[in-house]
Design a protein around this ligand. Structure first.
Ligand code: HEC
Ligand code: HEC
Length: 438
């Protein structure tokens, strides 16, 4: 009897150790979030926080596309995503919700004569109230009738109170922190939690090939390297999409009018007057329009009409499968990286549709770059190195073994050990059986 137990122990121990080991590595992967960030993640992915229920932030900012729009068919056409009420559309396509945490509170730089910071294409989540543009941004979608469409902050809070992460909320922010008596404070805490998640290492992993190249761990291919050289040189991309330093964010948080044409398929043109008083004549004036509505004088806002925020280029090529179409620019006019690079290169020398906003178009840094088609391709190849989750060649070959087996990730080593244990067990059983019969 004792012997049997010993044998059992002998075989189960290594298996157990192995499971713990494997379990541990997966645990590490998901447990990098602090409780505050974890709370923000719950809020970000909670499909209950819309009216009617069904739409979370991730509906328009999904991880698999680099926290932008996850629907290829939508991207191919209007590029604007429906709200929780599916017949309602806003006027812009979703930019990434990642790598935005360093955007400063919106301000005017007197020396550079530029507006810098804030969130949204037009900067209207300024950060002027909460001191954190990302948190201020996160207060918008829940109440926006063309997005998550909740009637008021109290309703959002009530839904969070009834959620299965309500305890975590009070753990993070203190007892009584999730309360309808303090709607303003509670709603702010919701927004700050989301902001914390959007700033977390899970959303900003810095694990692209380019990051490893900067760290000296991997070489770029010749094509990628020449793309980088053009990006920082002849094509002048890095004048706005900063590419240098330790962990560059590929934006300088400024605003520009590239002369992007209208996207005629933008569903906003057909929205009722209530949301789109201008109908088919709607023009997206970007930052200038926001400054105007914020009460600035024409001297201030006129020179900003048509300008949109310089987006990060991190994960600009991240897509769930190669045929998946992403769209680019504030209205999703461009349908591929090739197309937008060709636009930068030839806007002023080839036959492109008119700019959506003809004033303040940047002609210094784009429009006629004189790039060959090989050079355009090189720049695209370089932008593809900005996708997170780069696998080193040796990881890429073992990755196929890292499949889940009843929730436990089984790597190559475990397969070997498991087979060995099984073989051993079988031979011992036979040995024991023979012994018993003799
Ligand atoms: C229906 C689609 C939709 C939903 C739902 C949605 N967003 Fe967005 N998001 C957008 C669009 C469109 C923009 C750009 C709007 C603009 O610039 O005016 C945007 C902009 C942003 C930005 C600014 C990015 C930048 O570079 O300026 C962040 C951050 C963001 N969303 C986070 C969120 C969060 C957090 C939620 C949930 C609380 C959310 N979004 C829900 C569509 C959506
Ligand atoms: C003068 C500043 C500036 C320069 C130079 C510049 N960009 Fe941009 N870029 C922008 C702005 C502003 C936008 C957003 C425009 C809009 O939405 O209307 C943008 C958008 C993009 C986008 C779309 C990103 C997205 O997620 O929608 C890509 C890709 C891009 N730029 C790549 C490049 C490349 C490649 C170059 C060099 C050939 C370059 N940019 C040069 C300012 C600049």
């Amino acid at each position: 009897m004792k012997k049997k137990l010993l044998i059992l122990l002998f075989f189960s121990l290594p298996l157990f150790a192995l499971m713990v080991l494997q379990w541990d590595t997966t645990a590490v992967a998901t447990e990098t979030l602090t409780p505050l960030e974890k709370l923000g993640k719950h809020l970000f992915f909670d499909t209950n926080l819309s009216t009617p229920p069904g739409q979370s932030c991730a509906a328009c900012h999904a991880p698999e596309t680099g926290f932008t729009g996850p629907d290829s068919d939508i991207n191919v056409h209007g590029a604007v995503y429906p709200g929780a009420v599916h017949t309602r559309f806003g006027n812009r396509h979703p930019p990434t919700a990642a790598y935005g945490g360093d955007s400063p509170v919106l301000y005017y730089d007197e020396d550079e004569e530029l507006w810098i910071g804030g969130m949204f294409f037009d900067g209207r989540a300024t950060g002027w109230t909460l001191g954190d543009p990302l948190a201020e941004q996160a207060q918008g979608p829940f109440l926006n009738p063309v997005e998550q469409n909740n009637a008021n902050p109290g309703l959002v809070i009530l839904k969070v109170m009834l959620s299965d992460y309500a305890d975590l909320f009070e753990e993070v922010w203190g007892t009584g922190s999730l309360d309808l008596k303090d709607v303003y404070g509670t709603y702010e805490r919701i927004a700050r939690s989301i902001s914390a998640y959007e700033k977390s290492s899970e959303v900003n992993p810095f694990t692209s090939k380019y990051d490893y190249y900067l760290a000296g761990k991997v070489e770029l291919t010749d094509l990628e390297a020449s793309g980088l050289e053009l990006f920082e040189g002849k094509a002048m991309c890095s004048a706005c999409h900063l590419s240098e330093g330790d962990s560059p964010l590929f934006t300088d948080f400024t605003y520009d009018n590239l002369g992007v044409p209208k996207n005629p398929e933008n569903p906003f043109y057909d929205m009722p007057r209530k949301w789109n008083p201008d109908g088919q004549d709607f023009i997206d004036y970007g930052l200038g329009d926001f400054l105007k509505s914020a009460g600035y004088s024409p001297e201030v806002y006129e020179s900003e009409l048509g300008k949109h925020k310089v987006p990060t280029l991190r994960n600009v090529d991240m897509r769930p499968y190669p045929e998946f179409v992403k769209s680019y620019g504030h209205n999703g006019f461009f349908k591929s990286l090739e197309e937008i690079v060709h636009f930068y290169n030839t806007r002023d020398v080839e036959d492109w549709p008119d700019p959506e906003v003809p004033m303040n178009v940047n002609t210094d840094e784009l429009g006629d770059l004189g790039l060959t088609s090989e050079e355009e391709a090189a720049i695209v190849a370089f932008m593809k190195t900005l996708t997170d989750g780069y696998l080193f060649p040796e990881e890429a070959t073992t990755a196929s073994w890292d499949k889940q087996f009843f929730g436990v990730p089984i790597g190559m080593p475990s397969v070997v050990v498991l087979t060995a244990v099984a073989l051993l067990a079988m031979s011992t059983r036979t040995a024991l059986a023979t012994k018993r019969h003799s």
